[in-house]
Design a protein around this ligand. Sequence first.
Ligand code: PGA
Length: 255
Amino acid sequence: MNDLKRRPLVAGNWKMNGLHESIVIFQAIEQGSAALSKHVDLLICPPATLLNYFSSQRKTTSLSIGAQNCHSMDSGAYTGDLSASMLRDSGAQYVIVGHSERRQYHHETDYDVHNKAAAAHKAGLIAIICIGETKEEREMGKAIDVVRSQLRGSLPEGSFGENTIIAYEPVWAIGTGLTPTVDDVAEVHSAIRTELSFLVGDAEYEKIKILYGGSVKPTNAKELLSIADVDGALVGGASLNAKDFLAIAESYISE
Ligand code: PGA
């Protein structure tokens, strides 16, 4: 558990799932969020088509809303894309950038992620910057090097505790049911924290949250979330079920 300089965050990434009828899941999470809000922040990132609807239906501030991607430009001839300011205008407070599925299927580079995070900051959104090694990279003993290098390449100038969150998501753990060992998570999070001290300086590096993501479930949440320097979770599959998502967040109150 962290040293209380950082308030934990449990964030749900719905990926390409959810229609208007999914408001019932959002509302169930919102209901549960009130009792948790003393201990942990909660965030749901639905598809962009639901941002406006969910934010208009939301009754409390104990559940935040975020987007899953943004363009690096603020406006212009980019058919089909959405800018950070449009997402903000639709009710988003956060945006995930550089998720491994974007890096893999849309060939996003660290440089692209850097520019998207900068655009998010400019629009007043909190950027959740995702980094993480592949299975091959871990097997070759390169996980720490890869994660450090992604962090250096993806973090824009002007990143600080208020506008930036890092999510460490080993690519091989996403949607597979596999998770790294407690020692491996601790090692990577500590390396990220150290790298942040070089990148953002002494005043801010301890203020930036570092989430763990990849097959977080109610059954393993407590163990993963109690690791040093793990400030919360980025949850995919289990965030589509209100009970499971809330059970993960409850790891912070059932001490
Ligand atoms: P998962 O996804 O929890 O389904 O493994 C995590 C993510 O992609 O953010």
